[in-house]
Structures are given as structure tokens and as C-alpha cells.
Design a protein around this ligand. Structure first.
Ligand code: PMP
Length: 404
């Protein structure tokens, strides 16, 4: 396999040198957000120093530079996801906005009373609440795919939920709360057999594994830039081109039109029709730089290293007295989620913070799946490719010392 030198990679991330409570930062909150390599930070600075302009409209040199940078970033996203066309890539604020866009356009325009939406028990609130809002408005039913005791979707139960009224299946490729990697391709295939459309939430998958939207064959795929080493405030909605062009836009304004009179507006085809107003140009360019960065490391190489790290961490953390690991599926990415006997999750988080270790403790915006396991909160270390075995050792030793 190609070489992966974690110490070399770490030098690209200035924040990893930060000190917290007198200790070197150990960033194990990657499921919440990821840190940014210098290449991304520098690219955004370069944009503001040399290219800044609004795009498309003005006919001057900087407008051309900004437009090239922005559309270049769109091309990078297309290649990253292996989308068939650049027109299938819509820039939005993040995964949350992308899901809301689909709910409030396609969902609102196509679903009628008694139609059914299937989600999984693993979903982040971002993939529950927009559908619930739509269900209330339209009189839809939401059905939930249960998971087994390891935190994996039960496919047999999923199949039983599918029927002629199923219009949409919306589920996550990787659970942010447990780390479960769902059998996404199979779930999409089964949904399509019943004629339902499918949205895949890639917020936790794109930073940990290669994603190919054509192989996955979902109708929509969403992710957030900030979880894949890019900036906040920028994310992506991928949608199949024909479907996007059959869907009416939600926001109206500049950039998204071909022609406007007081009587009638003709919209652009995708992606323009869904990008009303001035977008987050600089951060789209920053996302492009983040994609260049992980592409250069190689997503398969990243996946392989992280798999090794997760196995190492899982093996060691199981040895901590009184620990209950939640989410023990065979296929997992990045996340360890646990409760520690005799301690509140925030007490564990605080003790780790004293050692400079950043983890999330709480419900992770995924309350239903935690309740499935009888807890309201967990401690959640989550890994990225810049983490090391030494950092895992520090985490586990701190947990051991708590139990002493
Ligand atoms: N889905 C999943 C699985 C997530 O982990 C997150 C972020 N925690 C989201 C959606 C929402 O992403 P954002 O807050 O960046 O819009």
C-alpha cells in the first residue's frame, strides 16, 4: 500500500500544535468538525488577496478569477464524488441546508397525504426534523428502520417497511453517534425497486472513505465542507441532473434566473436554479483546496490508516473497567461512543479536557439512536487521519486513571 506518514501530515495542520491546559491539543472531535490544513487556510487567504469579486455577472478581470476559482471548486467536488455532470453539484451552507432544500422543494412539490418517508433509527436530527416538518404539513407518515444491538440497520426489517406508498428513503452512510457504516448501496437498490427516491447523508462518510455517487446511485447525496477539512458555511447537495431540473427552486433572487419580467421568471437549469443570491464563494474555493488535499493523500489510504487506528483504539478502550461501548457493528468508521460506569459523560469530557483531549460528550444531535441503547448521552472520541496511536494511548490511559 502507498506510504502514509502521519507525522508529516500533522505538520500541515497548525492547530494541532495548540496547547490546552498546558498540554498539546489532542483533537478527537472530528465528527463534530475537522481541523484545516494550511493549504486550505492559505487558499482562502489567496482568494481574498488576489481574486475576490462577485461571480458571473461583472465583466472584469477579478470577476473572471473569482468565477474560475468557484467553478473550479465545483469541478473538484464533481470529481471527488465521481458525479456524472458538474451540473449535479449545488453549493449550499452544509448538510443541514442540503436536506432542507430537498424537503422544501422536491418533497413539498411531490409528496401528498399518506405518502411514506423511511428514515433509519441512526439519523442525525438534520435528517429527521425536515421530514417531520414536511410530514406535519402534508399528512405524511414517517417509518423508521430499526437497528440491531450492534447499531447496524436490520435489512430484513427495512424491506418490510417498503411498499407502494414509500416515496422517499433518507438515511446516513455513516452514523455520527455510533460510527456504523450502513449497507448504503443495498439500501438504495431496494428503495429503487419500490420506486422510491433516495437521499444519502454523507456528512460522516466523505472524510473517511471513497464515495462514488454513480456506484451508490442515490438520487441525492449531501455533505458539509467543515467535516472534510474545509471551511464552515459551505456544503454540497449532489442530485441527479434530470431530477434537479424537474424540481422548482426554493429561494428566488439573482443568479438563478434566465429571464425576469414582472409577470414571469424563467429559471436557470441546475445548479444555478438552486443558488440564488451571492454564495459563499471564498469558502467554496477553500472546500476545493480541502478536496485537493485529501485526494493527494488518497481516500483509500486515509480509510486504511483510520481503520487501523479505530481497531487499535477499540481494542484498548474495551479494557477500561466499567466502560460500555455503544456501536459495535463490524463495519465502522471513526467513532467510538461509550459511557463509563459511575461517571456522567460531561465529567469524562471534562477530565479528558484537562489532558488537552477534545471529545464530544452529549447526545450528538442523534437522540433517537442513543435512546435505542437506553442512554441520553455518550462520550464520543472520533478519529481523523491526523490522529496517532500515541493520542489513543493518552485517551485510554486517562480513562484508566479515572477508574483508579
Ligand atoms: N448528518 C450527520 C450524520 C452529521 O453528523 C451532521 C453534523 N453533525 C449533519 C448531518 C449536519 O451537518 P451540518 O451541521 O454541517 O449541516
Amino acid at each position: 500500500s502507498p506510504p502514509f506518514d502521519v507525522n508529516l501530515v500533522r505538520r500541515d495542520f497548525p492547530i494541532l500544535q495548540e496547547r490546552v491546559n498546558g498540554k498539546q491539543l489532542v483533537w478527537l472531535d472530528n465528527a463534530a468538525t475537522t481541523q484545516k490544513p494550511k493549504q486550505v487556510i492559505d487558499r482562502i487567504t489567496y482568494f481574498y488577496e488576489h481574486e475576490n469579486s462577485n461571480i458571473h455577472r461583472a465583466a472584469h478581470e477579478l470577476a473572471a478569477r473569482a468565477t474560475d476559482a468557484y467553478e473550479g471548486a465545483r469541478k473538484k467536488v464533481q470529481n471527488f464524488l465521481n458525479a456524472g455532470s458538474i451540473n449535479e453539484i449545488i453549493f449550499v451552507r452544509g448538510a443541514t441546508e442540503a436536506i432542507n432544500l430537498v424537503a422544501k422543494t422536491w418533497g413539498d412539490q411531490n409528496l401528498v397525504a399518506d405518502d411514506e418517508i423511511v428514515v433509519s433509527q441512526l439519523e442525525h436530527h438534520a435528517n429527521i426534523v425536515p421530514w417531520q416538518q414536511l410530514a406535519v404539513k402534508k399528512g405524511l407518515k414517517i417509518k423508521v428502520i430499526p437497528v440491531d444491538d450492534d447499531g447496524q440497520i436490520i435489512l430484513d426489517e427495512y424491506v418490510k417497511l417498503l411498499g407502494p406508498k414509500t416515496k422517499l428513503v433518507s438515511f446516513t452512510q455513516v452514523s455520527n453517534a455510533l460510527g456504523t457504516v450502513t449497507p448504503a448501496t443495498q439500501i438504495v437498490h431496494l428503495a429503487h425497486l419500490t420506486g422510491a427516491k433516495v437521499l444519502v447523508d454523507g456528512a460522516q462518510s466523505v472524510s473517511h472513505m471513497p464515495v462514488d455517487v454513480q456506484a451508490l446511485n442515490a438520487d441525492w447525496f449531501v455533505f458539509s465542507g467543515h467535516k472534510v477539512f474545509g471551511p464552515t458555511g459551505i456544503g454540497v447537495l449532489y442530485g441527479k441532473e434530470e431530477l434537479l431540473n424537474q424540481t422548482q427552486p426554493w429561494q428566488g433572487g439573482g443568479n438563478m434566473i434566465k429571464d425576469v419580467t414582472f409577470e414571469y421568471t424563467q429559471y436557470h437549469d441546475a445548479p444555478g436554479r438552486f443558488e440564488a443570491g451571492t454564495g459563499n464563494i471564498a469558502d467554496a474555493v477553500g472546500l476545493g483546496a480541502a478536496i485537493d488535499y485529501v485526494t493527494r493523500l488518497g481516500m483509500p489510504v486515509i480509510a486504511q490508516y483510520e481503520h487501523y487506528l479505530l481497531e487499535y483504539a477499540t481494542h484498548l478502550i474495551k479494557e477500561v473497567k466499567g466502560i460500555r461501548l455503544i456501536g459495535t457493528a463490524r463495519e465502522k468508521a471513526s467513532v467510538l461512543s461509550f459511557v463509563l460506569d459511575g461517571y456522567k459523560t460531561e465529567e469524562v469530557g471534562h477530565a479528558l479536557n484537562q489532558q488537552g483531549i477534545a471529545v464530544r460528550s452529549g447526545h450528538h444531535c442523534a437522540q433517537p439512536i442513543l435512546r435505542r441503547f437506553g442512554v441520553e448521552a455518550t462520550v464520543r472520541p472520533s478519529l481523523a487521519f491526523y490522529n496517532t496511536c500515541a493520542e489513543i494511548d493518552l485517551l485510554v490511559n486517562t480513562l484508566h486513571s479515572l477508574k483508579r
